[in-house]
Every structure is written in structure tokens, then in C-alpha cells.
Design a protein around this ligand. Structure first.
Ligand code: CA
Length: 444
């Protein structure tokens, strides 16, 4: 029995927005992800919207048209834009009330509060006419390292005899990232210039990174959060998780290799991180909740402050993630992005609730709109390695692209496209849309 599932997840629900019923759409009526947008070319302020099929529902317009009452109206009133933060601060009951009202507004049949055609025309914007913007003002960004396969692969390149450090299975490892350079899908990503130490050289050089990489991650968006000094118990952590985006933690491996000791990544990762524009709510993902990672025999059990029965039985999410690459040559010839790898969020060693509870356990205050990255999501097989560093094994096994090109690391003009979706018998498939970024040449 999954207590997180409710009527909004019913696989039989259909929408009067026809495209929301299409096979393979990311945005059926069971999904209802939140984002920020404005009409293309408009000078107006951004609005908060909800993706439905090939349309965006404008929450402010729907509120003004009388589509919501009670708690849902109160919640929608905090979604006038330009970002989701005031709504995130409201917490789970308000998020749920608005989701239920949206589900009833957008569905057909029993329980529907379908609007008139006139109102429908006023509250929907075709997605092709919408410019998607940063959905959240991110106050703080923390990136974890929760894929044991990624940590083992990367560790084995540098320490073949001892790939996993002794703290890994006890502490959700993370570092504080840079919030100001988090950008939304579609924004160009400029190759950074930085200090590197060439093999065998006596002194470092400064120049454009020659080892640009992507990292395939999930980003968790924090809800209410906690006061300074007041930790979030693990049993309450799920209530502070609003939802997820795709996250590309762009990494300059040559800059990273020289600068990372002893304090970890700095300029190698702070020049840009890309997120997808639609925040898929934790509630939408309820049918895809599953048991936490099964620790192999001999691994320590999580410490009590990271252990909760519900989190252990339903704290992981069955999300498939994919990364694809399209070079400038491929784009010019009209080729589609070439899929490089697929991995599973269930391969994360720690649940998001464990990461969140650990983050706050020392008294650090999480705030509405904080972004928590999962770390690169890699699986046990080569086909499931979530960054080029692993996939091309430090450049020693170049990745082949369909037209004969090879990649050890990213080149200028390369477009990296990440996608994710959830599929399961008896539930409606939902998706995350795209997280896209194209590498542009370093500033001379
Ligand atoms: Ca990362």
C-alpha cells in the first residue's frame, strides 16, 4: 500500500487538452509540473504555469477567471510569479490542494470542473508560444555524490586499490555549489578559462578548459525548510521536498583535477549548471516511489538520524534518466541527438530525504527554493555511466558518434540533452521535458 497515491494519479484520467492524452507525452493530467514562463516576445512579467500536453496553464489567469476556491485559491494566489518560492514556502497541504484543483479543472468526466471554452482559451498558452524561464529563485545550491557507482568509477581512476573512501557509506557526501550560475534549459554554456596543470609540467597554465564534461543528475527543490539550528527529522524530510528537475552539473575536469585538493570543486563547476524548466512535484511521482537502495551485505545500516521506516520502504523514486549528444555537424545535417547513456534514480545510495535530513542535521537552515543535486547518476554497467569522464574513461575509451565523430570530452557546439521519465504497469507515464545546453567557445 502506497499512502502517497490519491485520485490525481488514476491512470484512467483523461484531459480535455487533447495532447495531454497522447501516448508518450511527458505532460498528461497525472503529471502537472510547475514552471515559470512568459509569452514569447512579451515585455510582461513572468507568470507561473503548469504544463498540460502541449499547453501551459497560466495560474494567475486561471485564478482571475474563478477556477479555484478555498485552499487552492489561496495557493494559486502565491503563484502570480515570477518564481515559485512563495508557493514552495506554503508546504505540502497547500501544494496538494492546488494539485487536486488543477487535476479536476483539467480532467474530463466524473469530478471534472472543466471550464467553458471561453475561459479555457484565456487560461491556456500554447507551449510553442511560451518562453520557459527559471522556475525558482535558488538561494543555495548543494550537490551531493549519492551514486555509489559514480563514486566507485571516479574513485577507481584516481585510487585503483581504494576507490570508495571510508566515509562514503556513512555520510551523504556533498559540497556547497554556486546558486548564481544555475541557468535554465536552453541557455548557452560558455567554456570556462582556468588554471590547469598539464601532465609532467613544472607549472600550471591558464587557458580554455580542454576537458569539458556534463553530469546527469536530479535536482531536488526544497519546500518550507527549517529555522537555523532546528534540524529536520528524517521522518519529516519528505514534507520538505517539493519536487525535482533535471540537473546538468557542467564540469571542467582539467581545472577540477588541479584545484580540488583539499577543499573540493570550485571554478571547475561554478561557471554554469543547467536545470530543466518544469518542476515535477514529489506528489506527481508518488506512484513511482519505491524502496530505498538495497545495501549489499556487509554495508553499514544508515545511522538512526537517517533511518525512517517509510523512507526505507518508499523513499526512492523510479525515474529513468537519459543523456544524448548532438554535435554541430550532426545539427547541421539534421541528425537527432545520439543517446549516450541511460541510468536509474533507484541506483542512488541515499534517498533524497536522507540527503535533506543530513543537510539540516547540523543546524543548517534549508530555505524554500534551495536546490539539492543528487550527484551524477550512474549504474553498474557501461551503458549507464552518467558523465563523459566515466563513459570515455578519462579519455582512454572515446565515445563514437553515428557519423564517425569521437568524443573524449565535449567540443564547442556540442548540445547535451537530458531527459527523464517514469513508467510502470498500472500508472500513467510522466516525463520531465528536456534539459538542454550547448557549449559555446571560451571568451578569448
Ligand atoms: Ca555533480
Amino acid at each position: 500500500m502506497n499512502p502517497f497515491v490519491n485520485e490525481t494519479h488514476d491512470a484512467a484520467l483523461r484531459s480535455w487538452v487533447e495532447q495531454a492524452n497522447a501516448t508518450g507525452t511527458d505532460f498528461p493530467v497525472q503529471n502537472l509540473p510547475f514552471g515559470a514562463f512568459k509569452r514569447r516576445g512579451s515585455q510582461g512579467a513572468p507568470h507561473i504555469g503548469v504544463a498540460i500536453g502541449d499547453q501551459v496553464l497560466d495560474l494567475a489567469a486561471a485564478l482571475d477567471a474563478g477556477c479555484f476556491t478555498g485552499a487552492a485559491a489561496h495557493a494559486a494566489a502565491l503563484c502570480r510569479g515570477p518564481v515559485l518560492n512563495p508557493f514552495l514556502a506554503l508546504g505540502q497541504p497547500a501544494w496538494s490542494a492546488l494539485r487536486l484543483a488543477l487535476s479536476r479543472l483539467l480532467r474530463t468526466g466524473a469530478g471534472s470542473t472543466q471550464p467553458s471554452a471561453d475561459v479555457a482559451a484565456r487560461i491556456l498558452v500554447p507551449m510553442r508560444d511560451a518562453e520557459l524561464l527559471m522556475p525558482v529563485a535558488i538561494g543555495d545550491y548543494t550537490d551531493f555524490y549519492a551514486s555509489v557507482h559514480h563514486a566507485t568509477n571516479v574513485g577507481s581512476m584516481f585510487r585503483p586499490d581504494n576507490p570508495l573512501l571510508p566515509n562514503y557509506k556513512w555520510v551523504p557526501i556533498g559540497y556547497h555549489g554556486r546558486a548564481s550560475s544555475v541557468v535554465v534549459s536552453g541557455a548557452p554554456v560558455r567554456r570556462p578559462v582556468g588554471q590547469v596543470m598539464p601532465d609532467g609540467a613544472a607549472a600550471p597554465t591558464v587557458g580554455p578548459s580542454a576537458r569539458m564534461d556534463y553530469e546527469l543528475e536530479l535536482g531536488a527543490i526544497v519546500g518550507p525548510g527549517n529555522a537555523l539550528g532546528a534540524p529536520i527529522p528524517i521522518g519529516e524530510a519528505a514534507a520538505h521536498l517539493f519536487g525535482f528537475v533535471l540537473l546538468n552539473d557542467w564540469s571542467a575536469r582539467d581545472i577540477q583535477a588541479w584545484e580540488y585538493q583539499p577543499l573540493g570543486p570550485f571554478l571547475a563547476k561554478n561557471f554554469a549548471s543547467t536545470i530543466s524548466p518544469w518542476v515535477v512535484t514529489a506528489e506527481a511521482l508518488a506512484p513511482y516511489r519505491t524502496a530505498a537502495y538495497a545495501r549489499p551485505a556487509g554495508d553499514p545500516a544508515p545511522l538512526p538520524y537517517l533511518t525512517d521506516a517509510t523512507d526505507q520502504s518508499l523513499g526512492a523514486f523510479g525515474i529513468t534518466l537519459e543523456v544524448a549528444l548532438r554535435s554541430a555537424t550532426m545539427r547541421e545535417s539534421g541528425a537527432s541527438p545520439h543517446v549516450l547513456s541511460r541510468s536509474q534514480a533507484t541506483d542512488l545510495y541515499w534517498t533524497v530525504a536522507q540527503m535533506l535530513a543530513h543537510h539540516a542535521s547540523g543546524g543548517c537552515n534549508l530555505q524554500p527554493g534551495d536546490l539539492l543535486g543528487s550527484g551524477t547518476i550512474s549504474g553498474a554497467t557501461k551503458e549507464s555511466r552518467g558523465c563523459l569522464l566515466e563513459l570515455a574513461w578519462r579519455g582512454t575509451e572515446p565515445v563514437k558518434l553515428p557519423a564517425g565523430e569521437e568524443r573524449r570530452f565535449l567540443q564547442d557546439g556540442d548540445e547535451v540533452v537530458m531527459r527523464a521519465w517514469c513508467e510502470r504497469e498500472g500508472s500513467r507515464r510522466i516525463g520531465f521535458g528536456e534539459c538542454l545546453g550547448t557549449i559555446v567557445a571560451a571568451t578569448a
